[in-house]
Ligand binder design. Structure first.
Ligand code: DP6
Length: 360
């Protein structure tokens, strides 16, 4: 497939006004996307668990304009209030998606959005937010083309979400999503994410993710800037190659349910992501002292408890504590007794693998 396959030729019906709501989850990468080319093409393939609780709910109300406007016409409400600082990101998204959604300037949109997680918790809302918005716009396109098949609908929603934020393309479905061309993954693509197509052992089916909110302040360095620093990065090529290899290794690990090998890859990916930040020019550090305290506690507990608790990180100081469901009680006890003390205001979110976005 090429991006041209997502340009509609004609619309068979008309729609003057309507309203649609989607709830779309966040996701946590196991093999990280860090580095991209033009047009939101990833420098390496990535894979993520779709989350369940951390989600954005977006309602798009649309009304056809008398004449097609020269610019996008929309207003944005976040948690019920106008939010000017989110508008540039939405404008960029609309600009990038217009070639594939040629009706965008023919409507006025009211976009109302809210998150299930606390605002400025340090949890990236771009994955859930951009995927929810992409799905709402696809729903309007489906009104204009009612014969659209549901696989195409989801694939194009993922394609559009990617143009808003790369990781967002992995939030459309669950429970394990892969994005980026990879020689050992059938039908994988740089243009959209696919549901992981191979056998997955039941132990991974209801994996738990407790997100420890270590630092809720806003990020000093945005992901976009971080991705850019992978151009001319001294270790870029080795890193991209490592991601491909880790995905290949994961195939057998997922099939066999080999938790010890799973942990090695996931923790190494998290630390490599931050190592890339620390070795770019300019260099930067997003982890905090409490991030390291938590990592060390996890390692000690894992060694002494016979559990398979592990961690991963996103582009911030928060720690995602990962563990299989059948170890929930033991690990949860450990988290409350030993890790919550390192969270800002004791805050954390108990999440788990989810099934993807839902129309409400
Ligand atoms: C560290 O998807 O936020 O979470 O495409 O610029 O919007 P943009 O970047 P974004 O980057 C996410 C990076 C990451 C790793 C991952 O989710 O794979």
């Amino acid at each position: 497939m090429t991006d041209k396959d997502f340009i509609p030729s004609t619309y068979t019906t008309d729609k003057t006004e309507g309203k649609v709501t989607y709830k779309s989850p966040s996701n946590i990468a196991l093999v990280k996307y860090w580095g991209k080319k033009e047009h939101q093409i990833p420098a390496n393939p990535s894979i993520s668990f779709t989350l369940d609780i951390c989600a954005t709910t977006t309602t798009v109300s649309y009304k056809k304009l008398k004449n097609k406007a020269s610019d996008f016409s929309f207003e944005l409400l976040f948690e019920g209030k106008p939010k000017e600082d989110f508008k540039p990101k939405i404008s960029t998204f609309l600009k990038r998606t217009e070639p594939y959604l040629p009706f965008l300037k023919a409507y006025h949109f009211t976009i109302e959005t809210s998150n299930s997680f606390p605002h400025s918790s340090g949890i990236a809302s771009s994955a859930s937010g951009m995927s929810a918005l992409a799905l709402c716009l696809m729903e309007l396109e489906r009104e204009l083309n009612p014969n659209m098949d549901s696989d195409f609908f989801k694939r194009k929603a993922s394609f559009l979400a990617r143009l808003g934020s790369g990781s967002a393309c992995r939030s459309i479905k669950g429970d394990l999503m892969q994005w980026g061309a990879h020689k050992d993954t059938l039908n994988s693509s740089d243009l959209f994410a696919i549901k992981y197509p191979y056998k997955v052992h039941p132990v991974f089916k209801n994996y738990q993710d407790t997100i420890l909110l270590v630092d809720k302040g806003s990020k000093q360095v945005s992901s976009s800037l971080g991705h850019n620093l992978m151009h001319d990065h001294p270790f870029a090529e080795q890193r991209f190659d490592q991601a491909h290899k880790n995905l290949t290794k994961l195939k057998r690990i997922f099939e066999e349910g080999n938790l010890l090998e799973f942990i090695k890859i996931v923790e190494s990916e998290a630390l490599t992501l931050h190592a890339m930040m620390m070795t770019s020019m300019p260099y930067f550090i997003l982890i905090k002292p409490n991030t390291l305290e938590i990592i060390n506690k996890i390692w000690d507990f894992r060694a002494s408890s016979n559990t398979h608790v592990s961690f991963t990180l996103d582009a911030g100081a928060n720690v995602h504590v990962l563990y299989p469901e059948n170890e929930k009680e033991k690990v949860y006890q450990f988290i409350s007794n030993e890790l919550v003390a390192y969270c800002e205001n004791g805050q954390y979110i108990c999440d788990q693998i989810g099934k993807g976005a839902k129309k409400l």
